[in-house]
Design a protein around this ligand. Structure first.
Ligand code: EZ4
Ligand code: CO
Length: 403
């Protein structure tokens, strides 16, 4: 048995902040886990270093399920993004170790490949519709089969999800939160125009996606879904906040546009009603924010029973460790749908050398034993933590966004 002898929390900022857990065992094997929670990174770092690491030392690193249950149930305080990101980091690191001990990539331990690769979607952004279409054409040329379209809203100075840089986008952009102004009426006018222009320019043999970032009420989301139906979007994402899972019933009653939600979910209990009542088509929870491979696999299994597929979050604040783990799980499960893929910067890729690779619109996790990703600790040390926050959204009259 690989006995856990140390677990270290590494905070590094190669372009953006990441929290990584590295577990080492007495047989010399090491494993890495991602614990990054955008804008709240140090809370998870402390949760791990102060409260979890002392409980890990001396344990059998092969007992992944039992350690998961111990950390989840044993703490008394269940769920929440900080707790679940911390548990995820331990879980990913232990899967990594198990794979290395077995000499197998993690997807083999999860049942083996169900497909040749994981279809991904890239982000096409632009201040205008024309710029967004141009970016989308670029993704097409690179072989992407699916593209997310976001454009600026005319009359609004800035829009969340629209970057200034064509290839890299980092929403956490300031030492203190910056503020965006939002107009639902203006937004609901521009998105159908964007999709009409996109079908004109790109044709029908490419999946087109859109992220609403929780900005609409259910009835407004229903309107957007109906207006986009002629352009057959692959999905609209986070159409309305989902703390109230029943809110999706109203959207569902009005539109056949597929719905995706869940990048901020941290447990199967956040998804249960949405999945069991078939109120969504894709579940966006991740191995990072929803408790690791162990718990995400449970979410995916519940989803499979109800013909809901996965469409996991894959933004740049999820480190290459999470991307690797997501790809191992996505390759293996029967109901994988699509994987979000925002490319990391060269600095991030250098700190986290990885085996996953892109070809023909798909990512493959590679065949290195374990997760196939590591952290270059010496290089990580050269990028100190720098506080950064996601922006805050307000309506035109200054009101904080409602539920
Ligand atoms: O807002 O990852 O689908 N992707 C997204 C992202 C998220 C950020 C939050 O940390 O919505 O841009
Ligand atoms: Co999103």
């Amino acid at each position: 048995m690989p006995k856990i002898v140390s677990a270290r929390v590494i905070v590094t900022s190669p372009g953006r902040n990441f929290v990584t857990l590295k577990i080492a065992c007495d047989d010399g094997t090491t494993g890495v886990g991602d614990a990054t929670l955008n804008g709240r990174e140090l809370a998870v770092a402390s949760y791990l270093a102060d409260h979890v690491v002392p409980c890990l030392i001396g344990r059998d690193g092969h007992r992944i399920e039992d350690i998961w249950q111990y950390l989840y149930k044993g703490a008394y305080w269940r769920r929440g993004p900080v707790t679940m990101a911390a548990i995820a980091a331990v879980d990913l690191a232990l899967w990594d170790i198990k794979g290395k001990v077995a000499g197998l990539p993690v997807y083999q331990l999860l049942g083996g490949a169900s497909r040749d690769g994981c279809m991904v979607y890239g982000h096409a952004n632009g201040t205008t519709i024309a710029e967004t279409i141009e970016a989308a054409l670029d993704y097409r040329r690179q072989g992407y089969k699916a593209i997310r379209l976001q454009c600026g809203v005319p009359g609004m100075a800035s829009t969340y999800g629209v970057s200034k840089d064509r290839y890299f986008y980092e929403p956490a952009d300031n030492d203190l939160p910056s503020e965006n102004i939002w107009s639902t009426a203006k937004y609901l006018r521009v998105v159908p125009e964007l999709f009409a222009a996109a079908r004109e320019a790109l044709g029908w043999d490419v999946h087109l996606l859109h992220d609403v970032h929780h900005r609409l009420t259910p009835i407004e989301a229903a309107r957007l879904g109906k207006d986009l139906e002629p352009y057959r979007p692959f999905w609209i994402e986070d159409a309305t906040p989902a703390e109230d899972q029943e809110a999706f019933r109203l959207i569902r009653q009005h539109t056949t546009t597929p719905l995706a939600v869940g990048e901020i979910f941290n447990s199967v209990w956040d998804c249960k009603a949405l999945i069991e009542n078939r109120l969504i088509d894709y579940i966006r929870a991740t191995v990072l924010h929803a408790g690791g491979i162990t718990h995400m696999r449970q979410i995916a299994s519940l989803a499979d029973l109800h013909q809901v597929r996965t469409g996991c979050h894959g933004a740049t604040d999820l480190s290459p460790v999470t991307m690797a783990a997501a790809l191992h799980l996505g390759l293996a499960i029967p109901n994988f749908g699509i994987q979000e893929y925002m490319r990391h910067t060269a600095e991030t890729d250098a700190v986290f050398p990885h085996a996953y690779r892109f070809a023909d619109g798909m990512l493959h996790p590679g065949d290195a034993p374990g997760l196939g990703v590591d952290i270059d600790e010496a290089l990580a040390e050269t990028f100190p933590y720098a506080r950064a926050y996601l922006p805050v959204n307000r309506l035109e009259d200054g009101t904080m966004w409602s539920w």
